[in-house]
Every structure is written in structure tokens, then in C-alpha cells.
Write a protein that binds this ligand. Structure first.
Ligand SMILES: [Cu+2]
Length: 125
């Protein structure tokens, strides 16, 4: 298309504004609905995995869960997996955990490309 604006930056601004409007129409950021173990949990047994159900489908290639101990060492067994038959579900297996506080950090990229992320802790007694 020919640039009908007197200068290029105005045209780019208009395109950016339009893109933003479309992105907001397609608003579908993914937020957790159910987290296991839940934030703040105090567990007497080491959990086998961390699993999170989101309210929207995830892009597997860009979504992740990491779990670390207080020394920031990873305690996961392999990488997080988005369930191909249920793309709202992501989980990661854990090594056997000793007593301590663990931090779960999740990044979720929804089908519209919007990224959400947060972290929370749980404790193994
Ligand atoms: Cu969104």
C-alpha cells in the first residue's frame, strides 16, 4: 500500500494503534485457575509434580514452569509440558524434595501471544 500520510511516523503510529485495538479485542491472557500444590501449601510429602490449569489455551513453545529451591537450584525432572489433549494444562515433574521452601515460577503465553507470569512458593515440611 502507498503511504498516504504526510510523514511515515504518523502512518506507523496509526498502524500501531490499530494493532493495539485488535489485540485488546482478542484479549485472552491466560491466568491460572487451579495450581497443585497451591500457593502457600505446607506439605508433609514431596509432591511428584507441579501442575497448573489455566483459563485459556497455552502456546507450548513459549510457556514454562520452573521450580527452584532456596539456593535457586532447579528441582524439576525435565521440562514443563503442555498437555496436547488439554492445552490449558501445564505440568512439570519434580525430583524428590527435602524439607524446605520451593518457588514455582510460571510463564504462560496464550494463543493471542499475550504473556502472563507469576511466582509463588510452597513448603515441604
Ligand atoms: Cu491476551
Amino acid at each position: 500500500m502507498k503511504n498516504s500520510f504526510p510523514n511515515g511516523s504518523a502512518a506507523r503510529g496509526a498502524v500501531a494503534a490499530l494493532s493495539l485495538a485488535i489485540a485488546q479485542l482478542a484479549n485472552a491472557h491466560a491466568y491460572p485457575k487451579h495450581q497443585v500444590p497451591p500457593p502457600g501449601a505446607s506439605l508433609s510429602v514431596s509432591p511428584k509434580e507441579v501442575s497448573i490449569d489455566f483459563d485459556d489455551e497455552l502456546e507450548a513453545a513459549f510457556s514454562a514452569i520452573t521450580v527452584t529451591d532456596t539456593q535457586r537450584r532447579s528441582v524439576t525432572l525435565g521440562k514443563a509440558v503442555v498437555d496436547s489433549s488439554n492445552p490449558k494444562h501445564m505440568s512439570v515433574m519434580l525430583n524428590p524434595l527435602t524439607s524446605g521452601v520451593y518457588t514455582v515460577t510460571w510463564v504462560a503465553v496464550a494463543a493471542d501471544g499475550h504473556r502472563t507470569e507469576a511466582e509463588y512458593t510452597f513448603t515441604v515440611k
